[in-house]
Design a protein around this ligand. Structure first.
Ligand SMILES: Cc1ncc(COP(=O)(O)O)c(C=O)c1O
Ligand SMILES: N[C@@H](CCCC[NH3+])C(=O)O
Length: 411
């Protein structure tokens, strides 16, 4: 059976896609295209599935997947915590009113200014990632008269079989302290020697878009073994659960299935996890308008600036006509963007009705993670809005960028 990759509330009426009870034609008319349409019920259900899978632990949403103040408010209400990894993400957490004690700060090169802001705000935990950072953070916490909770990011030496660019748990990684080379043990010594730091737990994150539960299990077992050796009782085992992007992808494991594997290796320890993609990714559909058709090339009014993933990772997507039904026999098309690069391809070999024409709407599912958050202004293309839909109502939670927004930067 093929994988259902559309958000929970997606329905089709006479060939028109409806999300959250609103038709694609109406969404395009009101908000324009391209636009990311976020199914709030789908996002919320996926976040709840993680909370249900870990009732006695903490779920930190990985904000890098997609973050804005409204999403921060949803997370707060649902009872999730939040993982941020830059001063910018920290600023969004603050703007959304996240309680500071439920925010965890990651990153391999946090600046002194970022650390100071986080500690002064009362952030719950800083995940330290280098010896430089341990001393830097200790000095900052001491100067603010704070005893800062920290987790130590360890590198468990696991190959998660994902794209090399998004694997982080191997020995040759810029992230973390190696367990096998002894750096993690030294980091524990350094942290415990600092009176302004409290060793709160250990963190590991082996990468993203991972389907193999064994890789998560091995990383958890190695981290738990080290935790026992150094007397730590809390583990944050990161994010990384994979999702399907096309109907041909394998069915991903559920949060409950992943947690069963993690728990088996970590008896007696309090766990946290950091899902990003698996909550945000499937919740959102990118809506484009077709502008030109030339041979097999269907050009839409966005492209690599709103979805860099095909170009960066060779990611495969699918798309469907979203505004009408057609009986025309399908033929394979290549969906391309409007940017000045031949590599600006969104979907390859996509069967679309042979009568596809300019003005048609094209919907790309699974567009909620690492798309708006990695969108650029390449070719001075303003970034699309994010429109949340729920129970027949729609509202922009991120507005469309304008050319004035772009020009405002120039002196
Ligand atoms: C430390 C950390 N936590 C959580 C995540 C979220 O991962 P994902 O979106 O794959 O669930 C990432 C990104 O890979 C990460 O680097
Ligand atoms: N940007 C990557 C994921 C990065 C994970 C962040 N730690 C992707 O789109 O797949």
């Amino acid at each position: 059976m093929s994988l259902d990759i559309w958000p929970q509330t997606a329905t089709w009426h006479g060939g028109e896609l409806h999300l959250g009870g609103i038709g694609a034609v109406e969404l395009a008319r009101v908000y324009g295209t391209p636009a990311y349409v976020l199914d709030e019920a789908d996002f919320t259900a996926r976040a709840r599935a993680w909370l249900d899978a870990l009732p006695d632990g903490d779920v930190h949403y990985g904000g890098k997947a997609f973050l804005c103040p409204e999403v921060v408010r949803w997370l707060d209400r649902l009872g999730l915590s939040l993982d941020v990894c830059t001063g910018g993400e920290l600023a969004v957490a603050m703007a959304g009113g996240m309680p500071p004690e439920r925010v965890v700060f990651h990153g391999n090169n946090k600046s002194p200014a970022e650390l100071r802001r986080a500690v002064a705000w009362g952030i719950g935990c800083v995940v330290v990632d280098s010896f430089t950072e341990i001393s830097r953070l200790a000095a900052i916490a001491a100067s603010l008269g704070v005893r800062q909770r920290v987790m130590i990011r360890v590198t468990p030496g696991v190959d998660p079989h994902t794209h090399a660019f998004i694997a982080t748990g191997g020995e040759d990684s810029k992230f973390g302290f190696s367990l096998s080379a002894g750096a993690a043990a030294l980091a524990v010594e350094r942290v415990t020697a600092e009176p302004s730091l409290e060793l709160y737990g250990l963190h590991s994150h082996i990468g993203s878009q991972i389907f193999e539960l064994d890789a998560f299990g091995t990383a958890a077992a190695r981290t738990a073994e080290f935790a026992a050796a150094v007397g730590v009782t809390r583990l944050d085992l990161g994010g990384g659960l994979g999702i399907g992007y096309t109907p041909d992808d394998p069915t991903p494991p559920t949060p409950a299935e992943l947690l069963a594997v993690l728990r088996k290796e970590t008896a007696g320890l309090r766990l946290a996890v950091e899902p990003g993609r698996s909550i945000a990714g499937p919740s959102t559909v990118a809506l484009y308008e077709i502008g030109t058709i030339k041979g097999r090339f269907v050009s839409v009014n966005g492209g690599m600036s709103d979805n860099p993933r095909p170009g960066m990772y060779g990611a495969a997507y699918t798309a469907s006509l979203a505004n009408r039904a057609s009986d025309a026999p399908p033929s394979p098309f290549t969906v391309v963007g409007k940017h000045c690069e031949s590599g600006d391809v969104l979907v390859r070999d996509l069967p679309l009705p042979g009568d596809v024409r300019p003005g048609d709407l094209l919907a790309v599912p699974v567009s909620g993670a690492y798309q708006r958050s990695m969108a650029s202004n390449y070719n001075h293309v303003p970034r699309p809005p994010v429109v949340a839909v729920r129970d027949g109502a729609a509202r922009a939670i991120v507005r469309r960028e304008s050319e004035e927004d772009l020009l405002r930067l120039y002196l």
